[in-house]
Design a binder for this molecule. Structure first.
Ligand SMILES: O=C(O)CCC(=O)C(=O)O
Ligand SMILES: [Fe+2]
Length: 305
């Protein structure tokens, strides 16, 4: 059964940081999902990114394949990914384009001639969302009873391995009968994800993955707000205090676009149970791990490489 869900709303610009940190803690322990408002990223820019994303995906497949994903950057085609590896289907019905940190020169871009201002739009958006995510991480640190600059101090923000992912779900009605999803059930790998959508429904969360049958609840978009969720790296860092909630995207009835920003720590940052999240009664559940080792293992399982 599908129920309507009321997710908490967090205001990034509120002057009362301690009360905001408390609402974040509540949201992350209860749902692992919340809306983020007053995040400082203009609606106009978000609109432009969605528009430019659709301009790219309308290109013929041969053109898009010229930018096929290398070094976690570029194009992934329809069905290339199956987030729920237990499914026997051909893959998820979505195509995507990854943009990584601009500094290392590994990003791939469509030509300026084909898509004027595409690169600058994506780079601007990347920086703006990175800045919102960094601010949010200091509130998350406060919510975990740590110093506001905890994530900077442990090196997570030296060269954050963040990733912008443009997503296009074509609304492929023929696949309905085949049990295909836009994005099958998964949790995100990183620290936090900041998502915007074009308003077409489809995103659902399952708050208790151990309960059978699973209960899926719709997460509607909120105009101007990011939908934020906790990823597995943050769950691991907090010894499962913060929840990396299972989610999926149904095959939309109409075409759907979304843009996810995966905020991840620097590659060399060691993710080790926080002192404020363990005790004698609740010892660390995971050994320390370098972020890059963790990520590569997760990508190997998802993409079979
Ligand atoms: O498109 C969406 O609404 C969600 C996408 C998602 O969960 C992901 O890319 O990890
Ligand atoms: Fe996700």
């Amino acid at each position: 059964m599908l129920d309507a869900l009321q997710l908490p709303v967090v205001d990034l610009s509120s002057p009362d940081r301690f009360s905001t940190a408390n609402s974040i803690r509540q949201a992350c322990t209860d749902h692992g999902f919340f809306y983020l408002v007053n995040h400082g990223v203009d609606e106009e820019l978000i609109h432009k990114v969605l528009e430019q994303s659709s301009n790219f995906f309308t290109f013929p497949i041969e053109e898009k394949m010229k930018l096929v994903k290398k070094n976690h950057r570029g194009y992934t085609s329809l069905y290339a990914e199956k987030l729920d590896t237990s499914l026997s289907t051909k893959g998820d019905s979505k195509e995507s384009f990854y943009v990584g940190p601009p500094e290392d020169g590994l990003n791939q871009w469509p030509s300026e001639e084909d898509l004027p201002s595409w690169r600058s739009t994506m780079e601007t958006y990347y920086q703006k969302v990175l800045s919102a995510a960094t601010k949010l991480l200091s509130l998350i640190a406060l919510s975990l009873k740590l110093d506001e600059d905890f994530f900077r101090k442990v090196g997570a923000l030296n060269e954050p391995f963040a990733s912008l992912r443009l997503l296009h779900y074509p609304g492929d009605l023929d696949s309905y009968s085949e049990g295909i999803y836009g994005a099958s059930a998964h949790s995100d790998y990183g620290l936090i994800t900041l998502l915007v959508t074009d308003g077409v429904p489809g995103l659902q969360i399952c708050r208790d993955r151990s309960k059978q049958p699973r209960v899926w609840e719709d997460v509607p978009s909120m105009k101007g707000a990011f939908i934020v969720n906790i990823g597995d790296t943050m769950e691991r860092w907090t010894n499962c205090l913060f929840r990396s909630t299972l989610h999926r995207v149904l095959l939309p009835r109409q075409e759907r676009y979304s843009v996810a920003f995966f905020m991840n720590p620097s590659k060399d940052c060691v993710v080790e149970c926080l002192e404020s999240c363990c005790s004698d009664a609740c010892p660390p559940r995971f050994p320390p791990i370098k972020y890059i080792d963790y990520l590569e293992e997760r990508l190997r399982v998802t993409y079979g490489v």
